[in-house]
Design a protein around this ligand. Structure first.
Ligand SMILES: C[S@@+](CC[C@H](N)C(=O)[O-])C[C@H]1O[C@@H](n2cnc3c(N)ncnc32)[C@H](O)[C@@H]1O
Length: 243
């Protein structure tokens, strides 16, 4: 199963950017589920005094969810696709939100250790070539005890949910994406979810790379068993962080 990666994937997102918001608006729950996952970070006091990173922010839907969940946080949103970022930047944002054209893999080259109190990664990790390396970078830029929420298409492991995902992709998602000339990207979406690890396996990966307090939460609606929120904490002592 060939998946789009790196440069090809960024190019496919550049191309899909103009129609991206219209397509995701057709998905019932896309925005409310992002908000649900952002709220699950439980950032205190509306995020006042906190720095939060939106990794793979796309056209800003996940950034908007973070802003609603933590209106007083300082939010940095990064993405590898210039086209997606351009769409995000065209929207109105308050002064506490900034965008950067940067890949998740490049995080460590620009950010200091322990910069962020929380990281949100929505629909990103399934797309990266080396998830452990990206998760390691996330741990480095997170403060001790910092929070991670991953919102991702990660199947439950039940054949029913796998079949449901394929049926929805074949009947709705791929035909809709084909109308805007983005068939390749939406076939990638279908296949990348089938190829990605199940929710229990991804939770185990988070623990393996050193996150603590890992929890997996379902989302309601048709996405049940298809999309999950994964919550985790960065270890709070230097010894545990080095493990
Ligand atoms: C499916 S979109 C999701 C966007 C947004 N988080 C949302 O929830 O609407 C995935 C985004 O991740 C970005 N992306 C993919 N690989 C990346 C990487 N290695 N580093 C940073 N961004 C990446 C893509 O350009 C795309 O904008």
């Amino acid at each position: 199963m060939t998946l789009l990666r790196d440069h090809d994937l960024a190019g496919a997102f550049d191309h899909a950017a103009p129609a991206y918001d219209r397509l995701t608006a057709m998905n019932p729950g896309y925005r409310t589920d992002l908000l649900r996952s952002a709220r699950r970070l439980r950032l205190p006091h509306g995020g006042a005094g906190l720095r939060v990173l939106d990794l793979g922010c796309g056209t800003g839907a996940s950034t908007r969810a973070l802003l609603r969940a933590a209106p007083h946080a300082r939010i940095t949103a990064i993405d590898v696709s210039a086209g997606m970022l351009e769409r995000a930047l065209a929207k109105p944002w308050p002064a506490n939100v900034r965008f950067q054209h940067l890949s998740a893999e490049e995080l460590l080259t620009t950010e200091d250790e322990g910069t962020y109190d929380a990281v949100f990664a929505a629909y990103l990790l399934r797309n990266v070539t080396a998830p452990d390396a990206v998760l390691g970078a996330v741990r480095t830029v997170l403060s001790p005890g910092g929070r991670l929420a991953v919102h991702e298409y990660s199947l439950s492991g039940s054949p029913v949910h796998r079949a449901l995902w394929t049926a929805i992709c074949q009947a709705v998602i791929i035909p809709a994406g084909s109308l805007t000339g983005d068939r390749m990207l939406y076939r990638h979406l279908w296949r990348s979810v089938l190829a990605f690890e199940t929710a229990p396996a991804f939770a185990a990966r988070l623990t393996r790379v050193g996150f603590t307090s890992v929890r997996t939460l379902p989302v309601p609606g048709w996405q049940t068993g298809v999309v999950h929120t994964f919550l985790a904490r960065n270890a709070s002592t230097p010894e545990a962080r080095a493990s």
